[in-house]
Design a protein around this ligand. Structure first.
Ligand SMILES: [Zn+2]
Ligand SMILES: [Zn+2]
Length: 201
């Protein structure tokens, strides 16, 4: 596969992981690939790259975040991706000693994209898995046909400051339920260490 193809097409397992065919998971995937190529880093194996997404919840297009995770390896499970809940279709990619990179979907792109038939189905409340595949594919292929500059605003975010949380293996047992709790989450009640649910705060 040439470099351009890799940038465009998520692997088949990405669609299986995501659960349905939709245009936003691939758009997130392409965003993630652009970010790691621009920053000159590899797909994250461990815990270094962080992605700070400006998405919120209960709005369309949050599917992008699954594509970003697939492309970058900065997964939710590894604690490498988070949301600011700004309700914006943008993300900043942070890696030590590299200039952070912010990528946003352009309003001009979204205006045009919104005229795809796929969105007429979505606005009627039809879930992506229920939309005819050829209609979804038309929206995906249309986005694939565009140059990245037509879709994304790509900007180095020199002023972006981020401090990843320091990992700790320390844990203790909750004196009420007896379950292990990682240090950061232990609370003190009547002089004893307790978990958050048992603390009833
Ligand atoms: Zn989706
Ligand atoms: Zn407890």
């Amino acid at each position: 596969m040439n470099k351009n193809k890799v940038e465009l097409y998520p692997p088949e397992w990405a669609f299986q992981f995501h659960g349905h065919l939709c245009p936003f998971m691939p758009l997130g995937y392409r965003m993630g690939i652009i970010a790691i190529q621009h920053m000159g880093i590899e797909r994250e194996k461990d815990h270094t790259l962080h992605v700070i997404c400006e998405l919120g919840e209960a709005h369309p297009q949050t599917c992008m975040m699954d594509g970003i995770q697939v492309a970058t390896g900065a997964t939710y499970g590894k604690g490498l991706i988070e949301k600011t809940f700004y309700g914006k279709l943008a993300a900043t990619f942070w890696f030590p000693q590299k200039t952070p990179l912010r990528i946003a979907l352009k309003a001009s792109f979204l205006d045009q994209f919104g005229t795809q038939e796929f969105f007429a189905f979505r606005k009627k409340g039809i879930e992506p898995s229920q939309i005819p595949e050829e209609i979804t594919m038309r929206a995906i292929e249309w986005a694939y046909s565009l140059k990245k500059e037509d879709i994304y605003e790509i900007k180095e975010a020199i002023d972006f400051v981020y401090f990843p949380k320091k990992g700790s293996f320390n844990k203790d047992k909750c004196s009420v339920c007896g379950e292990y709790v990682f240090e950061r989450y232990l609370r003190t009640k009547d002089g004893k260490s307790v978990c958050i649910p048992c603390s009833k705060y």
